[in-house]
Design a protein around this ligand. Structure first.
Ligand SMILES: *Cc1c(COP(=O)(O)O)cnc(C)c1O
Length: 466
């Protein structure tokens, strides 16, 4: 016979009884009594409503079952927060996974800054006040030849701050071929507008000429703006105006030239067998008055945006009240300074800077890791699964990519571990790996589930607990 609502309600445990249960007492050091009590009340309230609403399937609940529900409610919160993920996508600077991994030194510097007072805005030899980014500035100056530099939250903030300082209420001339959108909602036309400037598009999508720029200049023109086409290429019948030429037109017209370099390589990537990417020092040498670039793309540091160039302009940028709203915290600056210092010894960079280490990981090492991963996975997954290593290349699976809008259209050779199952779809395997602990993110290509070994450090990382 079914129990009446009144009896079911009466049989629910009380809050105090729940708090005395062994399950909830065990939670005491981690959660305060009040937090556990509130969670217990919430669970009991929910159960009471269910009983009164005569929800089907409301069983008679033992004390321990109710206690377990309270634990579940609390664990929901503690499960929230950033979780370590294994990157098997082959995208090195994966924006959704937090882009560049920091060098050991940089992570340690951030850790020290987090736990201690630091000389963030003070010269410790004189006790005088300093700009918080002055240490980063000296290293950036020595690495790029810039007269001055400052650091903000990200490159989008850098572009916003530069434009707002130098061109508020005025026209900014940009080639139609460079009106970029970067993933994650960075759209140059929108940033220009939000900076208080008026966008003056010149040329066409595929062709822009020197006269397009000079003809566009009016009394209200503030500057010429160039943007690195980070994530696409225009090929075929094309024409664009190089930086040097634009600087010349700018000088004729008395206008500044600002360039958004996107990834902003500090060194020539070709020296590491990688494709060419504009080097910050070279762009300043070519005459750009100001350049901006990200700290967490090719540079390999924490999320940040760097503004470098002419002293007079950087000083003006620094005095903009928006700088205060866009400034970096001490942990970011500590990690950035430490990352920049690694560039003082480029011979060691490949081993010490994770971004460069992964980009230059030898195919032999990737192959050997892939074979180890195949054996480990085959054993763990058991029957029904096929696990095999496959080299990428023309006619085969796609290679790894740098991502984060760097080195577009360029693939790095790699080896993928291909996993299939007699009955299960690639999508279901993808989700199983993603729901393992820690989550393993792979990619699906042509109906196959793949794990790209270039972005996986150890084959053992791929053993899913599922
Ligand atoms: C990536 C990129 C940005 C945005 O930089 P964030 O650091 O992500 O804010 C802006 N412009 C270009 C050309 C880029 O490549």
């Amino acid at each position: 016979m079914k129990k009446s609502v009144a009896i079911l309600l009466r049989e629910l445990p009380g809050v105090d009884e729940l708090l005395r249960s062994s399950l909830l007492s065990a939670l005491m050091p981690r959660y305060s009594r009040k937090v556990i009590k509130d969670a217990a009340r919430a669970v009991l309230e929910r159960l009471r409503t269910d009983i009164i609403d005569k929800k089907t399937g409301v069983p008679v609940l033992e004390l321990e079952e109710v206690a377990r529900m309270v634990v579940g409610t609390l664990e929901e919160f503690s499960g929230a927060g950033l979780t370590k993920v294994i990157n098997g996508t082959g995208t090195i600077l994966h924006t959704n996974l937090g882009r560049a991994l920091l060098a050991e030194e940089a992570a340690k510097a951030a850790y020290v800054a987090a736990l201690n007072p630091v000389d963030l805005e003070m010269d410790i030899t004189t006790g005088q006040r300093l700009e918080r980014d002055s240490a980063a500035e000296s290293i950036i100056r020595s690495l790029t030849g810039a007269e001055a530099a400052c650091v903000v939250n990200n490159n989008a903030a850098a572009v916003l701050l530069v434009l707002n300082t130098l061109a508020d209420g005025k026209e900014v001339v940009v080639s139609r071929g460079e009106l970029i959108e970067i993933g994650g909602s960075f759209r140059l036309p929108d940033i220009i507008e939000k900076s208080g400037c008026i966008l003056k598009e010149v040329g066409t999508t595929n062709r822009t000429h020197a006269y397009d720029y000079s003809d566009a200049v009016t009394d209200s023109t503030a500057l010429f703006f160039k943007a690195h086409k980070s994530n696409y290429e225009v090929v075929g019948f094309t024409a664009s105006v190089g930086l040097k030429e634009l600087v010349k037109i700018g000088a004729d017209k008395g206008l500044f030239v600002v360039e958004d370099l996107g990834a902003g390589a500090l060194i020539d990537m070709r020296e590491y067998g990688l494709p060419f990417e504009p080097v910050v020092a070279k762009r300043l040498e070519a005459g750009a008055d100001i350049v901006t670039f990200s700290g967490d793309k090719l540079l390999g540091g924490p999320q940040s945006g760097i503004i470098a160039g002419k002293r007079e302009l950087v000083d003006k940028i620094r005095r903009n009240p928006l700088k205060r709203a866009l400034r970096c915290d001490k942990m970011t600056l500590a990690a950035l300074e430490s990352t920049l210092k690694l560039y003082m010894n480029t011979a060691e960079l490949c081993t010490r800077l994770p971004v460069l280490r992964v980009m230059t990981r030898p195919v032999e090492e990737i192959t050997s890791n892939a074979h180890k991963a195949v054996l480990l996975l085959q054993e763990r997954l058991g029957t029904g699964f096929t696990v095999e290593a496959q080299k990428t290349g023309p006619g085969a699976v796609n290679g790894s990519v740098v991502g984060g809008g760097s080195l577009p259209g360029h693939e790095l050779p790699t080896v993928v571990v291909k996993i299939s199952h007699v009955e299960r779809s690639a999508k279901s395997l993808y989700l199983s790996f993603l729901n393992s602990s820690p989550p393993i993110l792979g990619r699906i290509k042509d109906g196959c589930f793949l794990l790209d070994m270039r972005t996986v450090n150890e084959p053992e990382d791929l053993l899913p607990d599922m």
